[in-house]
Design a protein around this ligand. Sequence first.
Ligand code: UDP
Length: 477
Amino acid sequence: KTVVMEDAAILYPSPAIGHLISMVELGKLILTHSPNLSIMILVTPPPYNAGSTAPYINHVSATTSSINFHHLPAVSLPPNNSPHHKTLVFELLRLNNPNVNQAITSISKTSTVRAVIMDFFCYPGLSVAADFNLPAYFFFTSAACSLAAFLYAPVMHRTFTKSFKDLDTNLDIPGVPPMPSADMPKPLLDRNDKAYEGILNSSTHMPKSAGIIVNMFESLESRAITAISAGLCVLDEELTPPLYCIGPLVAANNQAGSDDGTSNECLTWLDLQPSRSVVFLCFGSMGLFSAAQLTEIAVGLERSRQRFLWVVRSPPSEDQSKRFSPPEPDLDALLPKGFLDRTKARGLVVKLWAPQVAVLNHASVGGFVTHCGWNSVLEALCAGVPMVAWPLYAEQRFNRVVMVDEMNLALPIKDSKDGFVRADEVEKRVSELMDSQEGKSVRMQVLKMKAAAEAAMSEGGSSRVALSKLVESWTRG
Ligand code: UDP
């Protein structure tokens, strides 16, 4: 008796909730095209998987039967002395390789694996896919402009002798607006850091893949997409693999971390506020502020007299074990005396986590102060909410320049060199977003791009066409 094996695609996200969520959404999108496929997502175990992944994974498993999770075993890491989270991630993903090999072997016993899709940081997995003769794709979960910069990094590495942090110049990256060198993605700033080496490795590996899938749609960043496709961003001897702009993909109903009652609290409170009157402040899965910075935000918000919904976390702890699971903040101790009381008629502070997608799509929300994580940007765009760009980590300073100078989707927060923002800047920028001509102009552009995104994702739209091309490239034959 012959056993008919089902076709499977293996998706390999790097360990952060934002990346996991995007991979799951990519899996769901692929299923809309090929409903009989089985999607297998490789999950790196805690504590490296920042954010609360367990409730999210349970939710997805319970609601989408064709998406399965394969939990990789833990690896033990040597002591880490780099200041960058990404160094640790690269090391972890390198050590993950034997486990990825085992996972593919075991999945292949019951399914015909058609493709491996991994994110940018998982480039060591490329050689594992090659061992199995499987086509390997990268899933790039940030702007096409930052893809252009990453692909171009090896070229810049040859051009300059100084680190970007010391260069003090505007970089001319094909398809990208003039980029202050200090705003390059954080792990690229110092060429003596291991994280730099990791990114450079990834950048040189990417062109060797079967294709790069970008969570993005063509009309938002046509300049960058044209530059990449024309081969302007890679070293001469390398070819640019096909680009598949299949986005914007956002989680329709993001359940991550929302099993603690905060979701109801936020949404019930928003129900009571006037239309488009509330500014939402939320800084990704890892955004933390010092106590001094929290005070400045509170003072600025209070002075702005705008309605607000603000997600607050405890300041960063010296204790590395708390890095990925900050303790509940003590709001009375952290915020200015009397702040909660004085603002309770027009503001709500929630601890740790809010159901961001639901909040952004609530009719009472009119603006978003974001850390410029790419999922957050796309979620705001799809909800038609204009932004204030307040970058914190990863490639977020880069994103701010792109969001402001290339896309006109956000107003820039003005921070000091070390990232500190004063109360009067918070007040000014929040007021500007909610109540000024500049704010209005950004809002109009966001609404225009929201419509363009919907068109790209509908039948015959550019993102749908790209998806068919992608899936057909590996299901053929
Ligand atoms: N998120 C959320 N509630 C929070 C913080 C984050 O739902 O309080 C979600 C957010 O909607 C987004 C993801 O977590 O989908 C964060 O991804 P992003 O790429 O914006 O930033 P990262 O956390 O990777 O820096």
